[in-house]
Ligand binder design. Sequence first.
Ligand code: CA
Ligand code: CA
Length: 171
Amino acid sequence: MEAFKTVIASLLIFMSTYGSCPPGFFHHQDSCYALLPQTATWSEAMHLCEVFGASLATVENDQKDLYIKGLLGRLGASLPTREVWLGGTDMLNEGEWMWAKTFQKITYFRWAPNEPNNGAAASNQHCLGMEKDQDFKWDDNTCTKLAVPLCERPVDLPWGKEAVNTEQIIG
Ligand SMILES: [Ca+2]
Ligand SMILES: [Ca+2]
């Protein structure tokens, strides 16, 4: 298993060194990120990302959280709304958060204070956003609300194939 992890770590280093991103995307490790310059509902946001071979971003660890917060901080002045969409939802099962693209159960959370509140009495907040006013910590929000899509896609590798999904390999 250790040898396997070493291979995966080497692959990640290779992809972060030689992988590249399309214009408009920012490169971090094995992913490319883009903040789209318009607002959308959560499902519209997912479709907009798909247009660029991407999907709404996922955040699985501190390292990625720090990178994305830094990126949004740099680009944040141009944010037309105070919230940014990520790819998480609990619309299938209230309180059970998953990354929609992979059905991966979310176990790492960065909730803002008093979140998730499911919209309190309204009980209608099932889509995951990051709040600008809360240092880009997370909020469950109404899926039909307009926010800015943060898209993520795998880096392009030199031989022209998309990167493998290392998270699935590591499990
Ligand atoms: Ca909910
Ligand atoms: Ca909320």
